[in-house]
Design a protein around this ligand. Structure first.
Ligand code: 5AD
Ligand code: SF4
Length: 452
């Protein structure tokens, strides 16, 4: 039965993308089919992000726009239930409804397994529902087992963060660290591979802080988990995100040496390059500590490439301190990065620090930082021309006969390829570089596709 529709809009990080997919899984048995637009939908969920002010404000402007659809549905004799999920919901709670009265349900990231029950309560006329607690029973116990929707799948293994970087809302919105037991993670990973996944990205706000009970008792390290997952037949690529440099221990370094399925690409945010700033951020590491970690990882896996997150204009950041960030970019040679202007978040320590940096200064520093990052990225992409990269083909390209996939370093690669290459990792010789992707030709065409 699928006579109702749900539209879910996702903001923010990969964890939210994952949560959206799981909300759809939870709602499907109750007859909700996914809709492409909010027009006419029976249920609209905004799965929100609170990490920076811009992301949070976007939710309120979208709620404003949703009013017309809400009204149209009522005019047609229907009822559109509106839910706000995710980190804005967690942070704002009941206050959210004062700003946006069309909201029926406010639910945090830890309670979305109860969404069908909340919708039923609203439809019974029991009033608005607020559920932003951190329940004792982990939501993972109440979610249906995941299935892969393509060759590349996400798997949440950890949630929350205990690090309390002074700029960050995550410890407040996602709560304390929770790690899923190894047996559960392995079972989910096996199921994903059985349903078509060739690549799994393990997700967590502080994913490499994962440590939990092993299948036969005793605590497992994250490195141990990775080594075990890498043994699953048919699982060809393993990734994890987002990690903290201080949780890279010797065992994790060894896993990068021992498990070929671990791709030689790691997102390891450094945030800034000046030690005073890193300390004020409560990162728990210096620039030298970070560089030592990178060296250890590269000694274990010499082809490892890195990406990072950066914040410019943290309170008190001087021009000289900003220059230290540019220095660490050059020292590591990050081939990809996400970079942001510091955004003061209510309730976080940094928001109350003296020396808040003027927006014009942040804008200017961000432009310089991004220019340097783009140069490195472009040089890296150009250096791929003539090389053969293993590409996992994930979807059809824009032109007939073309498939698009990802290299180990997450570069989008398109190539002429037979339909049979979909979902497979194939060697692709890179022949060109576009603004957002690489162009290549299959390198094993003669051997594998002669008969096709
Ligand atoms: N302002 C700007 N960027 C932030 N991030 C987290 N909090 C803030 C903030 N208050 C960035 C960090 C983090 C990424 C997910 O978002 O770089 O790694
Ligand atoms: Fe936020 Fe990451 Fe720091 Fe945790 S480690 S507080 S999620 S920036």
């Amino acid at each position: 039965m699928s006579d109702k529709t749900v539209f879910i809009k996702t903001y923010g990080c990969q964890m939210n993308v994952y949560d959206t997919a799981r909300m759809k899984d939870v709602l499907a048995p109750f007859g909700y089919a996914a809709a492409e637009s909010p027009a006419g939908a029976d249920l609209v969920v905004l799965n929100t992000c609170h990490i920076r002010e811009k992301a949070a404000e976007k939710v309120f402007s979208d709620l404003g726009r949703l009013r017309a659809h809400h009204h149209a549905k009522a005019e047609a004799g229907g009822r559109m239930v509106v839910a706000v999920a995710g980190c804005v919901a967690q942070a704002e709670g009941e206050a959210l409804r004062a700003r946006a009265p069309i909201v029926d349900i406010v639910l945090g990231p830890q309670t979305y397994h109860r969404l069908p029950e909340m919708v039923a309560r609203v439809l019974r006329g029991a009033g608005a529902v607020f559920d932003t607690e951190f329940p004792a029973e982990p939501k993972f116990d109440h979610l249906p087992p995941p299935g892969a929707e393509g060759p590349s799948a996400f798997l949440a293994i950890q949630e929350g963060c205990d690090r309390f970087c002074t700029y960050c809302v995550v410890p407040y919105t996602r709560g304390a660290e929770y790690a899923r037991p190894a047996a559960e993670v392995i079972a989910d990973a096996r199921r994903l591979v059985e349903t078509g996944a060739r690549e799994i990205t393990l997700l967590g706000q502080n994913v490499n802080a994962w440590t939990a009970e092993g299948p036969h008792g005793g605590a497992w390290s994250f490195g141990r988990l990775l080594r075990e997952l890498a043994e699953i037949p048919g699982l060809e690529r393993l990734r994890y995100t987002t990690s903290h440099p201080q949780s890279v221990d010797a065992d994790l370094v060894a896993a990068h040496r021992d498990a070929p399925a671990l791709v030689p690409f790691l997102h390891l945010p450094v945030q800034a390059g000046a030690d005073r700033v890193l300390k004020a951020m409560n990162r728990g590491h210096t620039a030298a500590d970070y560089l030592r970690t990178v060296d250890a990882l590269k000694a274990a896996r010499p082809d490892l490439m890195l990406s990072s997150d950066f914040i410019v204009g943290f309170p008190g950041e001087t021009e000289a301190e900003f220059a230290e960030t540019l220095k660490i970019i050059d020292a590591v040679g990050f081939i990809q990065a996400f970079s942001f202007k510091y955004s003061p978040r209510p309730g976080t320590p940094a928001a109350a620090m003296p020396g808040q940096v003027a927006d014009a200064v942040k804008v200017e520093r961000l432009a310089r930082l991004q220019e340097r990052l783009a140069e490195i990225q472009t040089a890296f992409n150009r250096s791929c021309v003539g090389r053969t990269l293993p590409v996992l083909f994930e979807r059809a390209g824009r032109h007939a006969g073309q498939l698009v996939g990802r290299s180990p370093a997450m570069q989008a690669v398109h190539a002429e390829a037979p339909a049979a290459a979909m979902g497979a990792i194939r060697p692709v010789r890179i022949v060109g570089v576009g603004p957002n992707s690489l162009a290549g030709v299959l390198d094993d065409l003669g051997e594998r596709d002669a008969a096709e």
